[in-house]
Design a protein around this ligand. Structure first.
Ligand SMILES: NC(=O)C1=CN([C@@H]2O[C@H](COP(=O)(O)OP(=O)(O)OC[C@H]3O[C@@H](n4cnc5c(N)ncnc54)[C@H](OP(=O)(O)O)[C@@H]3O)[C@@H](O)[C@H]2O)C=CC1
Ligand SMILES: O=C(CO)COP(=O)(O)O
Length: 320
């Protein structure tokens, strides 16, 4: 039986299941907590992550992996650092479905991107990436959103058609590496932007940091084979703008709380933290001053004022 599956019943997974449920047809939303999934199925609502937004009729909320059997496409929406372990344990339950990575991050220790982790654990799996500027709360409420669907698959256009809805407009890309690096690295820059705002350094400083951070994204990603146009698109520049400018972003608001010295940093999924360390550790010798500084700040190696001084006191250089 064909249909769409979503792995991870957090904010984004639930929102994605809603988009696919609104199209009609069979949708399986899988989460690991059996009790929570049973409650969700009964209440027709994810009361923790998307309260007040009803699950469409065709969505089955379940913790039963057997419900994924025979699905033709599965969206993976769990944190990047959890992906490898999940696939190692659960890979066979995913069958032959096209696996669409919806998480944004770089794996710490390997430097791999989500589709590269999938290829490492499940060689031969067919993969795609869905990424771009989108808050789960907007998607779940049916607000208009445009995202990038990046894949090497020859039938990418069919997948684009399959996952688009009247309010979720997908643009096709043949650059999964660029799309994933843009989505992962903007989270690190959003942490930095949040720190600038939290430390009351001003909106001009945030604009400067976003721009110079974007230069780092382009430098690093093109070195790994990304097309520059991908980085200027929805998955890079588009998502950078959204994430660095709204307190709805967990990365941006984490940066604000961090700079204010708040003890409770929230305990939410903040992908940029591990990605900052992963990229800084892998690219130790690279010219990535903002990314290296975010990692050092998060490790407690330097304070926000000293980090700002260090960035400002570097020798003057050309803008490129
Ligand atoms: N929220 C958003 O607006 C957007 C998020 N994203 C990306 O989507 C991904 C998921 O984020 P989001 O849904 O917001 O995060 P949430 O924290 O809301 O949800 C994460 C989900 O993953 C589950 N999970 C964590 N570890 C495992 C594991 N080892 N095995 C199985 N399930 C696991 C959690 O389960 P449990 O509850 O049991 O811990 C939870 O249901 C991230 O990469 C994020 O960057 C992308 C675009 C927008
Ligand atoms: O990726 C996102 C928006 O596109 C969500 O950002 P946060 O993970 O920072 O909340």
């Amino acid at each position: 039986m064909s249909g769409a599956g979503v792995i991870g019943a957090g904010a984004f997974g639930t929102a994605l299941a809603m988009t696919q449920g609104a199209r009609g047809g069979r949708v399986v939303l899988w989460g690991r907590d059996a009790q929570a999934m049973a409650a969700m199925q009964a209440a027709r609502e994810n009361a923790v992550h998307l309260p007040g937004v009803p699950l469409p009729q065709g969505v089955l909320a379940t913790a039963d992996l057997a419900a994924l059997a025979g699905l033709d496409v599965i969206l993976l929406s769990i944190p990047t650092q959890a992906l490898r372990g999940f696939l190692q344990q659960t890979g066979p339950a995913l069958g032959n479905a096209v696996l669409v990575a919806c998480c944004k991050g770089v794996e710490r220790g390997t430097g791999l991107l989500p589709t590269q982790i999938i290829a490492d654990v499940l060689p031969g799996a067919r993969t795609a990436v869905l990424t771009g500027p989108s808050f789960a709360t907007d998607i779940g409420r049916g607000k208009p959103t445009a995202l990038t669907l990046a894949t090497d698959l020859p039938d990418g256009a069919a997948l684009q058609e399959r996952l688009s809805t009247p309010v979720l407009r997908l643009y096709l890309s043949d650059d999964p590496v660029g799309a994933q690096l843009g989505g992962a690295l903007k989270n690190v820059i959003a942490l930095a932007a949040g720190m600038v705002i939290g430390a009351d350094l001003g909106e001009s400083a945030r604009a400067a940091l976003m721009t110079r951070g974007f230069a780092e994204i382009v430098r690093l990603a093109t070195k790994q084979g990304a097309h520059p146009e991908t980085l200027w698109g929805l998955s890079g520049f588009g998502d950078l703008i959204l994430t660095c400018s709204s307190e709805k972003s967990r990365n941006f608001s984490h940066g604000i709380r961090f700079a204010r010295g708040e003890a409770d940093l929230g305990g939410k999924t903040v992908e940029g933290v591990m990605t900052a360390h992963a990229v800084s550790e892998q690219g130790a010798g690279m010219d990535l001053p903002v990314i290296h500084m975010v990692s050092a700040l998060l490790k407690g190696e330097i304070s926000v004022p000293r980090a700002m001084d260090a960035l400002l006191q570097r020798p003057l250089k050309s803008e490129r």
